[in-house]
Write a protein that binds this ligand. Sequence first.
Ligand code: PEP
Length: 641
Amino acid sequence: MKKTIVNLCRLVLATVFILSGFVKAVDPIGTQYKIEDYLQAMNLGAWLPDAGALILSVVISATEFCIGIFLLFAIRRRLCSHLAVIIMALMTPLTLWLALTNPISDCGCFGDAVVLTNWQTFWKNVVLLAAAIVVMKWPTKMVRFVSESNQWIVVNYSLIFTLVISAWSLYDRPQFDFRPYHVGTDLRTGWMQMMEGQESPYADFFIERMDNGEDITEEVLNNEGYTFLLVAPYLEQADDSQLDLINQVYEYAQEYDYPFYGLTASGEKAINLWRDLTGADYPFCQTDGTTLKTVIRSNPGLILLKDGVVIQKWSHNLLPNEQELEKPLEESTLGKMPDDTVGKRIVRILLWFVLPLMLLTIADRLWAWTKWIRRHKKLISYINKKEVKMRKKIVAGNWKMNMNLQDGIALAKELNETLKAEKPNCGVVICTPFIHLASIAQFLDQNIIGLGAENCADKEKGAFTGEVSAEMVKSTGAQYVILGHSERREYYKETPEILKEKVLLAQKNDLKVIFCIGESLEEREAGKQNEVVKAELEGSVFNLSEEDFRKIVIAYEPIWAIGTGKTATAEQAEEIHAYIRSIIAEKYGQAVADDTTILYGGSCKASNAPELFAKPDIDGGLIGGASLKAADFKGIIDAFK
Ligand code: PEP
């Protein structure tokens, strides 16, 4: 149930983030305008120059898109779910403020593709915030669509894809145009409807002559045949790198008698400057600046109308060239609406982005599946041929610094009675503070429950006040000792060299070593868990002979899961247990690896033990908190029933 809810929330979040990142990426200038609107509404307009707002627009769209894709594929689950919560926690109050004060009519969450009212946006964000919190609480419940080793392909591909889309949309025009001036729009009809008093997006669309202020919108839109409109919202900021091509188009329009107008919101001075600079003598008309920014996302950009319908749009970077202007529009492809429909563009996106990722996912899942089958087949064939003796399953308790002598004895007695009455299906060990050992050894049935210490000294004997040697531990009647626990490594600075000495002394005194390894949260987030466990084994136990190594029990304990309530998922634990076994196989051979007991430790409880212990490479658990009550500990032991 929990898993289903988390995955539903994750899919909703992923879809919204991908959609909102994508529509922003296809229209970076539109997003830039929206950012500027926000800053103006907060009186911070002067704070960020246009170029800064544009860069921010690209960064925001790429971030949203990538977080969406990562959530979809369950990549860097903890990091992404935290980022989603941070973003939603910032956006929700911001949109509440928008809804209450209404300084901007449309939040711009989905560019021009989906326009929501400010209250709709706020409630949408409340739902997304709740979904993000659910996902952040149980990030590891998100089912992966791609294995960790291949996720870098998705990461890089998505980032490159969104940046290329943004760059291409900036160079050309938005690859998907959701505005009411897209190619194919019948401006004439739209404008007429507006004049008849119907609701229309063209309320601010007007064309006024500069010389006498006469409104010629109707004349321009009613012109039968072709009309060129050079759109430059603000001439002062217009790109002047393609002036020759603009003049060429103007000369072409004159040659074939097509009307050509310059539309701008700039005043006389800027127009005269432009004329001086370009030698332009086409007529300039006045239009609303915001409307012109909506008409075309290029300053300047060129539009071709035919009978009042927008049939072509060009950014200043991709104006028609000399060859294209050889024939009159009636005979050339320029005069026809391009057959590059929205459908075709969607197919292109599917082919270039969705299909490769789908193929990658299928290949990755097949690979993971065949790996799993191979491992299981091998195991089954071993068992069938009785080539291996099944390695020992163990549930070991680590009491840490808990229980006074009386309470410890009571707990050990209760366990002793319980397990004598109902024999466990696995080896059971309790590792207690030193002071308990001798007393508990008196009554514990060590055929059922092994007794161990939680540490021993790295010196044989002598003037080491407060230390307890391996020999002393052995003399109490204990058989086991835990070494290398992360708490000892961290709080008592036990280095690999010190641990190496302890292991040698423990084995010299015939103690069975439960050797702990595991990575910190930062190391896991950096994907270094394999490196860390390998180094820990190499540093302290890979020096042993094969015979001595066979006596070691390994306990994999991710530090981030110890005592935190966060358990590694069974899949995560199995993945690294299999890796540990593989490096043991590399060092000592497959037979030794197959016989080595590898325990899992870290918030293991009766509720999650069955799933963990069912994994082929997990041979039981090292249990902290849940070993302090007989019933809890017994619940875990029962996972082997
Ligand atoms: C431990 O410290 O070995 C341990 C696994 O602790 P807990 O079960 O409390 O996470």
